[in-house]
Ligand binder design. Structure first.
Ligand SMILES: [Zn+2]
Length: 152
């Protein structure tokens, strides 16, 4: 049985999945948000983070992944099409709709204030592959558009 804990991290939300097999994190928030996720883990009385899955290579989805890996040892994963962006500390823009210009301006402002950490993924998963080897019964769905490697 799983319990999903949404964690507000700035503009985005990270999801901490709790099960008897361990904790699993989907997205890690912006740089500096690791403390929010660690606080939730402490609230749960758990330290067994088994993986960090990144839905896509934007600063508000992997910005704290490197810090969390250093602290917990949890491996970081992403779709192969976004792996280079993370490895180079980039946050490429994908398809933007009506509020896209606001996003572009906000991202330039935020990234000028705080560098995005270089985050080399430990593993990648393509469409249809699973995370079962980490103890999480989940299948990666490739949903490109927002970024080339966006997943659900
Ligand atoms: Zn995004």
């Amino acid at each position: 049985m799983f319990k999903i804990h949404p964690i507000r991290c700035g503009w985005g939300i990270s999801y901490l999945i709790e099960s008897q097999a361990g904790l699993f994190l989907v997205d890690s928030g912006s740089p500096g948000n690791a403390k929010l996720i660690l606080a939730k883990m402490a609230d749960l009385g758990r330290s067994d983070l088994r993986l960090i899955w990144t839905t896509h290579a934007h600063y508000d989805h992997y910005g704290s992944a490197q810090s969390l890996r250093e602290i917990t040892g949890a491996p970081i994963g992403v779709h192969p099409a976004d792996a280079d962006s993370m490895s180079n500390g980039q946050s490429p823009l994908g398809t933007a709709h009506k509020y896209g210009i606001i996003y572009v301006l906000a991202q330039h402002m935020l990234l000028s204030l705080q560098n995005l950490p270089v985050t080399v993924p430990d593993y990648t998963r393509n469409h249809g592959e699973t995370l079962i080897e980490f103890g999480l019964e989940a299948t990666v769905l490739h949903t490109p558009g927002h970024t080339p490697g966006h997943t659900c």
